[in-house]
Design a binder for this molecule. Structure first.
Ligand code: ZN
Length: 145
């Protein structure tokens, strides 16, 4: 099951929940993404030689509430760049676009209204984070033998 390893989540389950709750679960899901990044930092920061994934989740929430559009773009930038930079040091690990690319892609897509590409990158974000968290979990089980 995808919930067994810290930080792994089922993207399709959350998309389904997001649709039937008219978007409320999309907001919850994004908050969980930031909390997962912070948790990843707290859990592994001292064990890995990689850039921090600390996203300051609650600061991101405040940004989105008080400066909706610009704050949302900053939060999107942080969400992608934190994980991108973190994974970049692991050679061969699948990765996502960096923060600036995803902001540019989102701005372009909002003009073209082709949200499907954005859903793809959101899926990809969760997918590579799941893989990375499972990798950590495997490392930990091997380490305790
Ligand atoms: Zn890591």
């Amino acid at each position: 099951m995808s919930q067994n390893v810290q930080g792994t989540r089922s993207y399709f389950l959350w998309v389904f929940l997001g649709i039937i709750t008219l978007g409320i679960c999309f907001i919850v899901y994004n908050l969980l993404n930031f909390l997962d990044l912070d948790e990843h930092h707290n859990r592994y920061a001292t064990k890995e030689n990689a850039p921090s994934t600390n996203s300051q989740a609650w600061l991101m929430v405040l940004l989105c509430i008080f400066v909706p559009v610009v704050g949302g773009l900053i939060a999107l930038y942080i969400k992608y760049s934190k994980l991108h930079d973190h994974l970049a040091v692991y050679q061969g690990a699948p990765n996502i676009p960096d923060g600036l690319s995803i902001v540019l892609i989102s701005l372009l897509l909002s003009l073209l209204s082709a949200g499907i590409v954005f859903f793809y990158f959101e899926w990809k974000w969760q997918h590579v984070f799941n893989e990375h968290n499972r990798w950590h979990a495997r490392q930990e089980t091997q380490g305790t033998r």
